[in-house]
Design a protein around this ligand. Structure first.
Ligand SMILES: O=P(O)(O)OC[C@H]1O[C@@H](O)[C@H](O)[C@@H](O)[C@@H]1O
Length: 284
């Protein structure tokens, strides 16, 4: 690994870092929440960032890739989706992987008095972003630095940009058990996933990568087996219109496909580590 300097940038007043791989691939990540705001893969923006996203250094940013930790959604006593997306992370260095040519950047969040006040745990969360030609890998590394075990759920809450949600097809979830959060029912999904309204489901993660077919683009979405669930979310037109940080038509241009740990909270013993990743690859 060769050390590299990620370029410092400001986006809507927030300190960010940019990683670049060749002329067609780059990413922009805000230190606030270690939040990836943009991924240009093979020359095209692949992530959705709401034009009404709030950049006040406190609120969660709508779009990009929120890091939801140490709690998924409202499945626990913490604020929705945990506190990691609302806190400033620090850069732990950038480097080039000489073997692959990929560029990597690591951001870190460690427990302090403020996090202990809401969640009594000693931790180090690290997010490593690996950028290659038409590829982005986001790897979370959670480390229990304390003398007591702690439990977590969470997600890499990726907002993918789509041309028209009504024409999108998500392949690879056929036969997977899922929980429909809107109807509060458990079913087994059949066929590809299509969208014609609000959609909020937690699927048991599929054994092979998913395919997102959107107009003339195809994206391959893989996740580590350590993330046991995949969340698929689109607010639909009516809910999108009620969300202050979404434009009325935002729902039509985005789809969240999240590498997640939802149904089974995981326990980390003192000194133990857990890693989980999501990989996005441009196929067409
Ligand atoms: O508005 P938030 O807190 O970013 O959450 C957005 C969505 O996140 C998804 O992961 C959940 O499945 C949805 O239920 C939720 O509405």
């Amino acid at each position: 690994m060769v050390e590299l300097a990620a370029a410092a940038e400001s986006f809507r007043g927030q300190p960010c870092l940019r990683l670049t791989w060749g002329p067609d691939d780059s990413l922009l990540v805000a230190l606030h929440g270690a939040h990836v705001l943009s991924w240009t893969g093979a020359g095209r923006e692949r992530l959705y960032l709401s034009p009404k996203a709030v950049f006040d250094g406190q609120a969660a940013i709508r779009g990009g890739v929120p890091v939801c930790l140490p709690q998924f959604n409202e499945r626990g006593p913490l604020p929705k989706h945990g506190f990691a997306r609302n806190l400033p992370w620090r850069c732990d260095g950038a480097r080039v992987d000489a073997a692959s040519g990929d560029v990597l950047l690591t951001l870190v969040l460690e427990s302090d008095a403020a996090t202990r006040a809401s969640w009594p745990a000693d931790f180090r969360f690290a997010l490593t972003l690996r950028l290659g030609a038409g590829r982005l890998e986001m790897l979370l590394d959670l480390h229990n630095l304390g003398s007591a075990p702690w439990t977590f759920t969470g997600a890499l809450h990726t907002y993918l940009q789509v041309q028209d949600i009504a024409a999108v097809r998500l392949q690879g979830l056929d036969g997977q058990p899922c929980w429909d959060a809107l109807a509060d029912t458990r079913t087994t999904h059949a066929g590809e996933v299509r969208f014609d309204g609000e959609f909020d489901r937690v699927f048991l993660a599929a054994p092979a990568p998913l395919g997102l077919l959107d107009g003339d683009t195809v994206l391959d979405i893989a996740q580590s087996a350590s993330f046991e669930d995949t969340v698929v979310w689109n607010p639909g037109a009516a809910k999108s219109a009620t969300m202050a940080d979404m434009a009325p038509d935002s729902y039509a241009q985005m789809l969240c496909v999240e590498a997640a740990q939802v149904e089974r909270p995981l326990n980390l013993a003192p000194g133990a580590q857990w890693t989980g990743w999501q990989r996005l690859r441009v196929v067409a």
